[in-house]
Design a protein around this ligand. Structure first.
Ligand code: TXA
Ligand code: MG
Length: 380
């Protein structure tokens, strides 16, 4: 049994995929679908209007290029062929990527391929870039959709631009209600964070966005021993204004933020005391304020006595554990951030993790979501 099937397929699954594939092929209406990372909002990447509709539905800046999803390596290779070249001619994926493809496809890895002069892709997919990000997902529904429709599927995460990416069909519905006609429900996403975006065309090769495949895993591949993690110019949009096209255009925008304020504690900082918690619950009038805490590896759950003390101070308290392993924390993170908003939390305190293995992608997302980052106190 495939553990990636978090929702057992029903007799309707096949029908729904066929219907969605037909929609992709013959209309400009985007279709939301599950992948192993997060849900995507997909369109036929060769149709200008369909791709434009994705940007409109998400409220996404048009200079942030989309990832193209394929159902096979053959489909990926097709993207290298100029539109006017005969199908008989063979175009090869740059050699540097072969060890990665071997190990991590299908899976949460996006590679940048060079665009041919006359690409079949809509220019709205890649904007000002000379490359296109391509991914072969492992989720059976995503694969089936790409294979059945037999078109390259341009798909960003299916959230409103700026919000945490959706890891369930319900999240998609909440964000894009009325803007999307069809959501294929594949249960909750197994990885929970977006794919790792790598550029093997630069020297040294680079990770442009940390994600579901770790730096350590990539570094272990032939030709990738010297891989660097691309330093973002700015997480909050102030990097705009440079006249050089950003290498990872999406990274300059504010991202992944719940509506509530996020206080991120680096692993060397102490768990906040009751008084510190209370101090962040502004509005010291008699109004009740709701605080959230997301724990990972070391923070202790509050005792009933502590909760009672907070309640006496008019502070309500919502707490969750994201899990202990990197995999669990990745899988739970976006859903937990959304739950904090749903629960009416005003400020959430989050216990950060070390930036190795899955921790690099987790902390990348959390630092973007954070309004305040708390480090070890200088005196201690
Ligand atoms: O896991 C994922 O990657 C999900 C699922 C749906 O596949 N998709 C996703 O797409 O996260 P999106 O659009 O939310 O993020 C795509 C990221 C952005 O940071 C974008 O700037 C970058 O990939 N990207 C896409 N094409 C690029 C290119 N040609 N050069 C540099 N960066 C690119
Ligand atoms: Mg996104």
């Amino acid at each position: 049994e495939d553990p990636k099937f978090t929702t057992p397929p029903t007799s309707q699954t096949g029908k729904a995929i066929l219907y969605a594939a037909e929609k992709l092929r013959s209309s400009d209406i985007p279709v939301a679908f599950p992948t192993e990372t997060v849900y995507g909002l997909g369109a036929d990447a060769t149709r200008d209007e369909a791709v434009k509709n994705i940007f409109a539905a998400k409220g996404r800046p048009t200079d942030n290029p989309l990832i193209v999803h394929v159902g096979s390596i053959k489909q990926a290779r097709e993207l290298l062929r100029p539109a006017n070249a005969p199908p008989s001619e063979k175009y090869d994926i740059p050699e540097i990527y072969l060890p990665l493809i071997d190990k991590f496809w299908p899976g949460p890895l996006t590679i940048l391929l060079p665009l041919p002069k006359n690409s079949v892709l809509s220019p709205y997919v890649y904007s000002t870039q000379t490359t296109v990000g391509v991914r072969l997902p492992s989720h059976p529904v995503a694969l089936a959709l790409a294979l059945t429709s037999n078109v390259p599927i341009a798909a960003p995460s299916a959230n409103k631009s700026g919000l945490p990416s959706p890891t369930t069909a319900k999240h998609v519905r909440e964000d894009l209600y009325k803007l999307v006609e069809l959501i294929l429900d594949g249960g909750s996403c197994n990885v929970g964070l977006e794919s790792t975006v790598v550029d093997g065309l630069s020297s040294p090769p680079a990770i442009l966005r940390p994600g579901g495949i770790s730096l350590e895993q990539i570094r272990a591949c032939k030709g990738w021993e010297g891989v660097v993690v691309h330093k973002e110019d700015s997480a909050n949009g102030t990097g705009a204004g440079s006249n050089v096209a950003p290498r990872a255009p999406g990274m300059k925008y504010k991202h992944y933020s719940p509506t509530c304020g996020v206080r991120l504690y680096l692993p060397d900082a102490d768990q906040p005391s009751l008084h510190e918690l209370k101090a962040t619950a502004f509005g010291s009038d008699s109004k009740v304020v709701r605080l959230g805490v997301l724990r990972t590896r070391n923070w202790k759950e509050l005792s009933q006595k502590d909760r009672d003390w907070l309640a006496d101070q008019n502070v309500e308290y919502v707490e969750e554990s994201l899990g202990e392993s990197g995999e669990e924390i990745s899988r739970n993170l976006f859903g937990a951030l959304r739950r904090m908003d749903d629960e009416g939390v005003v400020i959430v305190h989050i216990e950060g993790v070390d930036e190795d293995m899955e921790g690099l992608a987790v902390m990348n997302r959390l630092k973007k979501a954070a309004s305040v980052v708390i480090r070890k106190k200088a005196s201690s």
